[in-house]
Design a protein around this ligand. Structure first.
Ligand SMILES: Nc1ncnc2c1ncn2[C@@H]1O[C@H](COP(=O)(O)OP(=O)(O)O)[C@@H](O)[C@H]1O
Ligand SMILES: [Mg+2]
Length: 226
């Protein structure tokens, strides 16, 4: 069953001379627990998909059903709750807080909700990501791969059912990229989450259950796919 489904999703930026159709009638369907990679050239609309699915921006047309609710019908307040509880986003820019240590950075999204923090889960998450010896370190004291793992931990902190990651290994060397990807895949399986990873790296895409190719805001038709 689809946990996430878009129908004729459209996003337009700018107007008149600056008008860009970032997404044109995008139809994707992702099943619960599935690991899907979205691959495509720069400017093809990959980050736009993530911003719309993550409830960070609203579409100009079409629907996004998550657990059978069209998130575009949510009020701004309901959408904020959706962002906080239903989806975990790993951004291209990590946005780690420099003054907060690893554990505090991971717990940060939970500070904005009213729910109590499940310390056992947070500790398990930190261990799973191999950050147990770095809990009290500041981001500046970590390697690139470790910083990326903190950003992943933060996305998983609220136990969201869907993880959206935008080029989560883009700034890492290929060996570290593979390791971080394995951790992301392993932790999402362990915590029963659906994983959507945007990448332009074929090696990362190979690890996915399924790959969606995007070109110019549309799904590319595969010529050999009979
Ligand atoms: N905030 C924005 N304002 C105007 N144009 C944008 C904005 N965000 C993205 N775009 C444009 O939309 C298109 C798709 O961008 P994006 O989704 O970031 O592509 P990708 O992530 O695949 O590189 C590009 O042409 C980009 O310039
Ligand atoms: Mg992008």
């Amino acid at each position: 069953m689809a946990i996430l489904e878009t129908k004729n999703l459209c996003k337009i930026y700018g107007n008149k001379d600056t008008k860009i159709e970032a997404l044109r009638n995008l139809n994707i369907s992702i099943n619960k627990g599935e690991f899907v990679a979205i691959i495509g050239p720069s400017g093809s609309g990959k980050s736009t998909i993530l911003h719309l699915l993550g409830g960070i921006e609203r579409p100009n047309g079409g629907t996004i059903n998550v657990n059978n609710i069209d998130i575009n019908t949510l009020s701004d307040k309901q959408l904020a709750k959706y962002r906080r509880t239903e989806v975990g986003v790993v951004f291209q820019q990590l946005n780690l807080m420099p003054m907060l240590n690893v554990k505090e950075n991971i717990e940060l999204p939970l500070m904005m909700g009213e729910e109590n923090i499940d310390q056992d889960y947070i500790n398990e998450l930190i261990n799973t990501l191999g950050l147990d010896k770095r809990k009290n370190h500041l981001p500046s004291q970590l390697s690139g791969g470790q910083q990326q793992r903190v950003a992943i931990g933060r996305a998983l902190a609220a136990k969201p059912s869907i993880i959206l990651a935008d080029e989560p290994t883009g700034n890492l060397d290929s060996k570290t990229a593979q390791e971080v990807m394995e951790l992301l895949k392993m932790s999402s399986k362990k915590f029963n989450q659906t994983l959507l990873v945007i990448t332009h790296d074929e090696n990362i895409a190979k690890k996915a259950d399924r790959v969606i190719h995007i070109v110019d805001g549309e799904i590319k038709k595969l010529e050999n796919n009979i």
